[in-house]
Design a binder for this molecule. Structure first.
Ligand code: GAL
Length: 716
């Protein structure tokens, strides 16, 4: 009997270890500091392939040499019943960031997420416009799951019996320190497919891991210069005269304007869409577009992809569309070349080919109550889930390819993206309109390989209007989206001048923004990013303890952590700390090293928390010691290709300063063929005097730099 029991126990033990036993993963270094691991049989239709991502080798080549950043035997995986189970180790002090465009949280350790393309609905649960399956660690590495599936993530929440660091068992009856979230030492991921490709990115820093990810995607996008100016999206149902009048009003009032967005109404019908100009409102679109171009103002067109039965392309595209409709429009299966030819041909014909500068591709994210359901089928055989995860990516890829083929850059908007899309010249937006959460999204965009705009629509007060506008000027796309409200920059007369000053500042800073985007492209550095990626940054504020021991309301109390999500880095040298309506002062955490006020050049602090009261006119911005901000004169439109522009180099602090100023024609893709220049600016203080220099434009390369002057912002 005893012997029988013994054998029973042994076999039970063996079978349970069998359950936990996993397949080891073979890792191959596919690019410098990037390893690919394959488990099971990965699906053909993955994010990187759908995005057509091509690594930017020259950028990757420049990154430091590194070794595999994790213990390989601690990364385990297993394929069972058509699903892939993955586990990655976590150390005790490690924090993780990423998992897409989150709006309320920056720390992802302790989260359970279902990564699913969707319209953001107010909770960071994985359902968002860009649920990029990519995370980075404070230990300086990153992980990407190359799957176009809904992915479940247990980001340091699940506790395994066989874990290396099993948490102590506590007794809630009497132990006051009982924790509803026992310590977890792993990220566990469930991919609903019988295999997957995984990428691991080494650092050494967290930012380096992000850079490698972006460079694997082809490098970040480089917008045309005009994309970094100001854009106004007009009220729906505007007509051609309205567009001309808008352009004139901006000019007369002296507000900068680079492109106008047309919202629903340029098409004869929308929701579902016909993709043809409305003949009454726009009888001669070609003349309008060309007249606007003469004034240096471009047009961008709103659309969603849902095809009206009255659209000229309806019949042709019907055989290549999904089983379900969206707002009674058919959904082209743009994963099929046949559908693409018709659909993107229609976006080009009479639009791009008459000079339209780009698109805003709306409602490719969700929500569930209007989008195709998960039971929908598509003629390509890709299922509804795969289409949902990639529709935004495909819209970006195939529209940008049209522009690329014309050697013309575009910069537009999209409401869904995913892993693989960092090189697409599109900015994400949504309808959620919470100023604070918009800033947190800006912070998180840098972890997700996407760009995000905290757009301005309307406001309850002049104060709110100005505060929102100030943040927007320090973002990838400075934009008013007046589709519903019809607002203009001068709508609140009390602050119309302050708004103009901010819009002008955006234009003056164009050489800086443009150079920072060049670094996104060539070096993979996100232009807008979290403080956590900045050297010398530590959150010196105490963690707030949320010990709410109300067992009815909060039986498994959420862990309270204090995150820094209301200030961010903009480019190499700037720290931006937005103000929100109702606030007169705020705390700003300055990383180690000296920081200076952007406007006055005065010393602001060093590795400390400062309290600032900037007044209504200013958004707090700080510059790193030795910081250089190249500025141009105020212009109403971005400089054109070949137009020489004077540069004033603003220098802050006391350390010697250096800057890489980027230059190219600003409009074409010739930079891909080497037709660009990085010019080195250096500034030093010598015997109480400023000495500045800039290297000459290399022979045969574009040179748009006019007279260069140097200005010490901090007293010498
Ligand atoms: C929304 C979009 C808005 C606006 C509107 C027009 O889906 O987020 O920015 O374009 O559609 O109907």
């Amino acid at each position: 009997m005893k012997i029988l029991k013994f054998f029973l126990m042994i076999s039970l033990l063996l079978s349970s270890t069998e359950i936990l036993k996993a397949q080891s993963i073979i890792w191959t270094e596919v690019e410098p500091g990037i390893w690919k691991g394959v488990i099971g049989k990965p699906e053909e239709f993955d994010l990187l392939k759908v995005a057509g991502a091509q690594p930017y080798y020259a950028g990757l080549q420049q990154m430091p040499k590194v070794t595999f950043p994790l213990a390989q035997d601690e990364i385990i995986g297993r394929v069972q019943d058509g699903k892939t189970y993955l586990r990655f180790p976590l150390e005790r002090k490690e924090q993780i960031f990423g998992f897409g465009l989150n709006f309320q949280t920056v720390f992802q350790r302790g989260k359970v997420l279902s990564l699913h393309v969707d319209n953001y609905a107010g909770k960071d649960n994985g359902r968002t416009h860009a649920p990029t399956p990519f995370y980075v660690s404070s230990n300086g590495y990153g992980v990407f799951i190359n799957s176009a599936r809904y992915i479940n993530v247990y980001a340091g929440t699940a506790v395994r019996r066989d874990s290396k660091t099993v948490p102590d068992v506590q007794d809630r009856n009497l132990d006051k320190n009982w924790n509803s979230h026992p310590y977890s030492d792993g990220v566990e991921i469930l991919v609903p497919a019988a295999g997957v490709e995984i990428y691991v990115f080494a650092g050494p820093t967290t930012l380096d891991a992000i850079r490698r990810y972006n460079l694997l995607n082809g490098g970040g996008c480089l917008p045309p210069r005009w994309g970094l100016g100001f854009t106004q999206r007009m009220q729906r149902l505007t007509d051609a005269q309205g567009v001309a009048a808008e352009a004139q009003a901006f000019e007369e009032k002296g507000y900068p304007l680079d492109f106008i967005g047309l919202e629903p109404g340029w098409q004869s019908k929308s929701y579902p869409c016909t993709f043809e100009w409305d003949k009454t409102r726009f009888p001669d679109p070609k003349t309008l577009v060309q007249d606007m171009l003469k004034k240096n103002i471009r047009l961008n067109l709103w659309t969603n992809p849902y095809v009206s039965p009255e659209a000229p392309v309806y019949k042709d595209i019907l055989p290549y569309s999904g089983s379900h409709t969206v707002w009674n429009g058919i959904v082209p299966d743009i994963s099929m070349p046949e559908a693409r030819k018709i659909f993107f041909g229609e976006l080009e014909k009479g639009k791009i080919d008459i000079g339209v500068s780009g698109y805003k591709m709306d409602e490719v994210d969700g929500g569930d109550n209007y989008l195709w359901p998960d039971v929908a089928v598509f003629p390509s055989g890709h299922d509804a889930e795969q289409m949902r995860q990639t529709y935004g990516l495909m819209m970006q890829r195939y529209t940008s390819e049209i522009y690329h083929n014309r050697n013309q850059r575009t910069f537009g908007l999209v409401r869904a993206s995913n892993g693989g899309g960092a090189s697409f010249p599109y900015v994400i937006y949504n309808d959620y309109y919470d100023h604070r959460d918009f800033i947190t999204a800006l912070v998180n965009s840098g972890f997700a390989g996407v760009l995000w705009t905290p757009e301005v629509r309307s406001s309850k007060t002049a104060e709110e209007w100005l505060r929102r506008f100030q943040s927007n000027v320090f973002s990838p796309m400075a934009m008013i989206n007046a589709w519903a409200s019809g607002t203009k920059p001068w709508s609140f007369s009390e602050v119309a001048e302050q708004v103009k000053t901010m819009a002008n500042l955006r234009m003056q800073m164009m050489p800086y923004w443009y150079s920072e985007f060049a670094k996104y492209h060539f070096e993979g550095i996100p232009p807008f990013r979290a403080m956590y990626l900045e050297d010398g940054f530590t959150n010196t504020e105490a963690r707030s303890e949320n010990k709410k021991l109300n067992l009815e309301e909060n039986p498994y109390e959420e862990a309270a952590t204090k995150e820094v999500k209301d200030q961010y880095m903009a480019g190499e040298y700037l720290l931006v700390a937005p103000m929100f309506a109702g606030q007169t002062s705020r705390k700003v955490i300055l990383p180690k090293g000296k920081w200076y006020d952007f406007y006055s050049g005065k010393y602001a602090g060093n590795g400390e928390v400062i309290n600032v009261t900037p007044g209504l006119d200013k958004i707090p911005v700080y510059v790193k010691d030795g910081g250089i901000i190249p500025m141009m004169p105020v212009m109403l439109h971005a400089p054109k290709a070949g137009q020489k522009v004077d540069i004033e180099v603003k220098y802050y602090g006391e350390q010697p300063g250096t800057y890489s100023l980027y230059d190219d024609d600003g409009e074409t893709y010739d930079y891909e063929k080497g037709n660009y220049a990085f010019r080195k600016i250096t500034v030093i203080k010598l015997n109480g005097k400023l000495k500045g220099a800039i290297t000459p434009a290399p022979k045969g390369k574009p040179d748009n730099v006019g007279k260069v002057t140097f200005k010490a912002m901090t007293e010498l």
